[in-house]
Each structure stands twice: as C-alpha cells, then as structure tokens.
Design a protein around this ligand. Structure first.
Ligand code: NAI
Ligand code: MG
Length: 332
C-alpha cells in the first residue's frame, strides 16, 4: 500500500521548492502517491478564500502533507486569513517541531543538534487584540490542556533521542499566571518521564545560552510566541532560513513546511534553495516511520552542502534544479 502525500506549493518560491522536494521523495523508491492541493494568496485572489474546503479534505485524506510557503499581504484584506495559521488551528496541529542541526556550510555553527517544540495553538496567537484610544491590549491564552499535550509531546520526543534532555523555556518570573501555568503543567508531565532530564530556563537566558553555547541543548519546549522567536534564532545558528525545516504535528494530521516564507524577492528566478523543503520532506518520512529513507535524504543533502554546488543564498551560482539534481545523484 502506498503512502498518500498531499503537496501544497502555495505562493512564490513554493512553486519551485515543493517540486524539487517531490523529486527527492520519488527517488527514495518508497511507494508514494501524491495529491496536489492549493492554498495561499494566489488561491485567495483567484477564489476569494485562502484555504478552500477541498484542500482541507485532501489533507485529511492523506498520511501527511508537504507545504511550500504562502504570502500574507502586509495590509488588512477583508476575508483573507493566513493559510498556514488557519491549517494549524483547523487541523489541531498543536506541536510545531523545529530541529536545528549543524550543516556543513560556513554559516553553520558546529556541534548543534537540538529541536524546538513550540506550542502551536494558543498563547498570543489567539489574535485577540483591541485598542482603546492610545492603549492597545493583546490576550495571551495558556491552558492546562494545551500545555499538557505539548509537554507530553516534547518528553516523548526527548525520550527517543540520545541525550534525553528537555528544557522548558518560559517567562514565569514576570507572568506567573499564564507562563506559570505552562511551566507547572510541564513540570507535572515530567513526573511521568523519569528517563528524561528536565530543566526549566527563563527565556531571555535561554536566548543568550543558545548563542553562547548551543551544544548544551537537546529538546526545548516553549509557548507559541517564544518558540517562534527562539526557532528563528536557532535557524540562524545553523545556516539560516534556506536550510531550516519544520513540522506542524497533531494527533491525526501533520503538515511539514520550510520555516521560510514565499521569498517574493527571488520568486520565479529558479534560484531558491530547496534544502529546507527537502529536509521537511525527510521529517515527513520520519513521521511516517520511514527513518531509513529520511536519513538517506539528509545524508545526501549534507554531501551536496559540503561539496557543492550551492545556490546563491549560500554564495554559489547553482539553480534550484542543479542543486536538486546533485542531491538526487548523491542518493543514487
Ligand atoms: P521570507 O522567508 O520569504 O524571505 C526572507 C529572506 O530570505 C528573503 O531575502 C528571501 O529571498 C530569503 N529566502 C527565504 N527562503 C529562501 C530560500 N529557500 N532560498 C534562498 N533564499 C531564501 O520572509 P519574508 O520576506 O519576511 O516574507 C515573504 C512572504 O512570505 C510574506 O508574505 C510572509 O507573510 C510570508 N511568510 C510565510 C511563511 C509561511 O508560509 N510559513 C513564513 C514566513 C513568511
Ligand atoms: Mg517565524
């Protein structure tokens, strides 16, 4: 029986990096069936909705989804909502998993192998803002239920890794009610995982430690906004946005995507770095239990990153296609 994979290119360089990752997935030789779906700004302009219902149905009928990137306008457009944020909420993709691992490129620090597990459904991302004259207020929602399941997810992940170490990054010293509930709940979850070493760390110190000594971290669990910021920091430690993969994972569905956006400045030129999307495809296979194929893809990507050719973001002149073909040769 074949795995059913839903592919959503989205906007901008999504049209370039998702087809590249598809070729790499096909080269694994695994039985895969691809279903294409649409979402994002171009979809909104054409159809008046950024995520059509049939796209949600296709994701639900698939074993996993690979998403490219979607453009969000900077001005407020009536009826528009961000595609990936909508899917996270609609499909209850509560864990945002963002690995940062050293890559053989000059811009990457050595010795880094960590994963940020970011709560993906609440915190400040409930988007409840209001303004009274010259004062504006945003709500941050933290629930025991969401903190417990993200804590459990992070402990399960940490228990499968070699170092079995989990940090909870928080700001409970300033926000003892909301951040305190998150921290206390994760501490309770820790009782059920005696095999994992658990530490808590205040987020600002965590940011500094990540820059000074990133090799001390294994898995870091944190709330939504803090995880958004820390995971861009960790992407920057190991080579930047062109290399950073991610997964949005729930109990029933999972959507994998590069951390980067639609890159309108280089879209259509055929020079986007497909590495982040290819590594997201490897995470997707790992999620399906195909560890060996995932490792094979990762090894091939590292070989090409070490030996070239490189796309312009890494100082080279290779096209998306030339880079992808080098990865395919490295897999053969
Ligand atoms: P961006 O990630 O699209 O681009 C930032 C910079 O990094 C640009 O100079 C771009 O050329 C470069 N870059 C990004 N990915 C690259 C790749 N694979 N290869 C080579 N260079 C790459 O972020 P930006 O410019 O802030 O946002 C552009 C659009 O993307 C916006 O509409 C934004 O809303 C959307 N966006 C979507 C995301 C998603 O779909 N998950 C995430 C972030 C932004
Ligand atoms: Mg971000």
């Amino acid at each position: 029986m074949a795995y059913r994979i839903c592919l959503i290119e989205g906007d901008g360089i999504g049209h370039e990096v998702v087809p590249a990752a598809r070729r790499v997935l096909e080269a694994t030789g695994l039985p895969l069936e691809f279903i294409e779906a649409e979402a994002g700004w171009e979809t909104f302009e054409r159809r008046g909705v950024s995520v059509p219902e049939e796209t949600v149905e296709k994701i639900m009928a698939s074993d996993a989804t690979l998403f490219g990137a979607a453009t969000s306008p900077t001005r407020k457009v009536p009826g528009f909502f961000g595609a990936i944020r909508y899917l996270r909420r609609r499909l209850d993709l509560y864990a945002n998993v963002r690995p940062a691992k050293s890559r053989p490129v000059p811009k990457s620090r050595p010795g880094v192998d960590l994963v940020i597990v970011r709560e993906n459904t609440e915190g400040l991302y409930v988007e409840q803002e209001r303004r009274y004259l010259d004062v504006a207020i945003a709500d941050a929602v933290i629930s025991r239920r969401a903190s417990e399941r993200i804590g459990r997810f992070a402990f399960n992940l940490a228990s499968r890794r070699e170092r079995k170490l989990l940090h909870a990054a928080h700001k409970a010293n300033v926000l003892p009610v909301t951040q305190g509930l998150f921290l206390d709940t994760v501490r309770e979850v820790a009782q059920g995982f005696p095999g994992v070493s658990f530490k808590d760390i205040i987020v600002d110190n965590c940011a500094m430690q990540l820059v000074m000594r990133p090799e001390q971290f294994d898995v870091i669990v944190t709330t939504n906004l803090l995880g958004d910021i820390l995971s861009d920091l960790t992407a920057g430690l190991v080579g930047g946005l062109g290399l950073a993969p991610s997964g949005n994972i729930g109990d029933r569905y999972a959507v994998f995507e590069p951390v980067h956006g639609s890159a309108p400045d280089i879209a259509g030129k055929g020079i986007a770095n497909p590495t982040a999307t290819i590594l997201s495809a490897a995470m997707l296979l790992e999620h399906l239990g195909e560890e060996e194929a995932a490792r094979r893809i990762e090894a091939a990507v590292d070989k090409v990153l070490a030996e070239g050719p490189h796309t312009p973001d890494l100082g080279g002149t290779a096209t998306t296609e030339a880079f992808t073909e080098a990865v395919l040769r490295a897999m053969a």
